[in-house]
Ligand binder design. Sequence first.
Ligand SMILES: C[S@@+](CC[C@H](N)C(=O)[O-])C[C@H]1O[C@@H](n2cnc3c(N)ncnc32)[C@H](O)[C@@H]1O
Length: 233
Amino acid sequence: MEKTILSYDDLLEMLDDYLREPKEFWEGFYEDKTKDIPFFKVTGPDENLMEYFDKGLKPKKVLELGCGPGRNAIFMAKNGCEVDALDISENAISWAKERANEEGINVNFHCTSLFDFEIKSHSYDFVYDCGLFHHLAPHRRLTYIEMLKKALDKDGHFAIVCFNTDGAIDTPDWEVYRQKSLNRGLGYTEKRFKEVFENDFTIKDFRTMKKVSQPNEKFGEDFLWTSLMQVNN
Ligand SMILES: C[S@@+](CC[C@H](N)C(=O)[O-])C[C@H]1O[C@@H](n2cnc3c(N)ncnc32)[C@H](O)[C@@H]1O
C-alpha cells in the first residue's frame, strides 16, 4: 500500500518495502529442519554466551531477540534466568517450544517481530542476539538500538553474535538500497560494527567467535563476531 509519508514510521515502512519481507522469508527458512544450516544441528548454546556465564554474568531477566529454535534461551533458563525469547517465525517458535518441552524447561516464547514487541521500560538486565542483527536493514538499526536502550536496566548488558566479513559481504549501507538487497545478511567490519554501537554502549569484549567442531555441547563459527557491552548511562 503506497501512502503519503507523514511520520518516521511511514518512512521506515517505505524503506522496508525495498527489501524482502522478513516473516515470509524466515517461515520458509525453517520449513525443512534437516537442512545443512550450522545452527540447526546444534542444541547447545553459543560458546561466547557460555563463557560470559562461566566468568560470572548472572542475569535474572533476559530478552532474547531472534531466538530461532531456542538453543540459547533454553541454556539461559537452565541457568536460572527468566527468559522472554522472541522470533518472527512461527516455525522457529514451535521448534523452540518442542525443544524446551523435551527438556522440561520453562521459557516465555513470543512469536513477534522485535519491532512489535511491547517492552516494559528497563525491565531486563541482559539482552542477547545471535544472528538477527546482521539481517536487519540499515534503516532499522536506529530503532533496534532504541529498543535495546528501552529494554535494559541501568547496569544491563547486551551481547551479540553477528557476521564478520567472512560470514557475509560488507555491503555499504547506500548500496543495500541501490541493489534492493541485503545479500543474505550484512558482513560487518570491526570498524562498522563499533561505529554502530559505540555511541550508546561501552564494549567490554569484542572478538571472533571460536570455531567449535561438532558434535559438541556448544556452538561456534569463526565467520562471526561476538561482543559483550554495557549500556552507557
Ligand atoms: C540466523 S537466525 C538465528 C537463530 C538463533 N538465534 C540461533 O542462533 O540459533 C536469525 C533469527 O532471527 C529471526 N528474525 C529475523 N528478523 C526478525 C525480527 N524482525 N524480529 C524477530 N525475529 C527476527 C529469524 O526468524 C531467525 O530465527
